[in-house]
Design a protein around this ligand. Sequence first.
Ligand code: DGJ
Length: 546
Amino acid sequence: MFNHLQWTKWLACAGMLASLAAVRGQAAEMPMIAEKNGRHALLVDGQPFFMFAGQINNSSAWPSQLPEVWRAVETIHANTVEMPVYWEQIEPAQGKFDFSVVDTLLKEARRHNVRLVLLWFATWKNGSAHYLPEWMKLEAGVKYPNITGRNGRPVDSPSPHNTAAMELDAKAFHAFMGHLKQADPQYTVLMVQVENETGAWGSVRDFSPTAQKIFEAPVPAEMLQPKLLQELKKQAPATPGANWQTVFGDDADEFFQAYWVAHYVGLVAAAGKSVYPLPLYANAALRDPLSNPKAGTYESGGPTDNVIPIWRMAAPMLDLVAPDIYLSDSPRQLKFLDLYDRPDNPLMIPEIGEGVEYGRMLFAAMAHGSIGFSTGPLDDNGSGETAARTAERLAPFSANYALLGPMVRELARWSFEGKLKAAIEHDDHAAQTLDLGSWQANVSFGPGGRPGRGATPNAQQPPVGQLLVAQLGENELMCIGSSARLTFRPTGPKAGKEWHYLRVEEVTYNNGKFIPLRIWNGDETDNGGPRFGKNPVALHLTLYTR
Ligand code: DGJ
């Protein structure tokens, strides 16, 4: 029987070979993540793509709920839908798999002309093991134990040290990915999330005798790599065979939990990649990014920002780890984008809250080069919500998705080429500037005053202003925004020169090209520049100096 490490190495190697073969064999069509000059793109049918996505409720990936799901998807104008796949449903008896629900999700998504990201709800879901198949639940107490808290009491979270559960999860995921490979030649499914918000609430790690024995044993060599230790701000141990406490001190408990959860998820991911190398990721329940909170006061062991290096090392078959953003203040939201946008970690936002404070983060994420952005929950969860209420609930996203969705390929290409910048209204409503090479953009926010006056920030209103700028040429910009006002100043050799708009053209996008709607001039551009109203519009703008 393979031990941990042998099993992991075998799967990873098989995965790499399969990935190589798959990329060589299937070339452009298979969704994959590309990297160029430190920027990433999700290639779909061989070209950069952006997921304007929404996630459905946890218990809505069932045929009975799909009519409401599709109504919400159409309301928000999503091009991609995140849907769970349930271990408890696909393996009703050990080794017996039922993919009929998965096949319905695929068929229905194609009928509604949307792509899917499937969420593997298995060992972990929000830190607990409530999606284990019933035949495992009935033996969980003995064969698949949860973790034990420091006080010796059980905690409702699966132990990452349980190799029996890990191998069963890996086998089921291998079967699921193998089914996807043969059931989805159209690549409706773009990515798969492995588990959901892994880690533990209520204890920083497992303190069971099994876990304690591993904790007191020497730290695995891969955790002692100099580059990793440097990033974790730790010193290499003075003597070989040092244990976790010796090497990691105050962070030992959390790093121990993170390593073993990542190792478990990494092995499951490798089992999936070995049969079908779709992009895989793990999502994180986040810790406050600004206050450096105490370990154990947030979900411990998942890919929180402070342990990303451990996750990227211990789960190499994951293409990225991603933040679930549910903090509504702009400093923290923007900090999450900085923390998860790394050369070794493509940015993707698999979950963001559905309130008005979250909508404009789409522009900030796109300017960061994110490969996708998803809010939720989309559907009414069987509550009988009216269409008007659904539309109101999804409004912070639907106007953006409706305008940007048709131009998705252009936007994704500009992102991959590093041409996107954004200014989104912060909680302080302060004006901002954007460096656009030969020009500086000055952006003010607010519902927009009368002609001749700048946007009027309204401290009583939530910050909703947003501006996305694509630099198409030295003097040519595509500016997409709402609740903002924009003016410019020439910089560099042209600094101080008189400048004007050559043309400000409102455009829409259809069938692969931008369609001019009207030219903005006069009150719409004089006295302080174009003023974006409540609904987002796209302006194709050229400037000149004389
Ligand atoms: C984050 C989880 O990933 C989702 O499945 C859902 O439980 C939300 N939290 C609820 O806020």
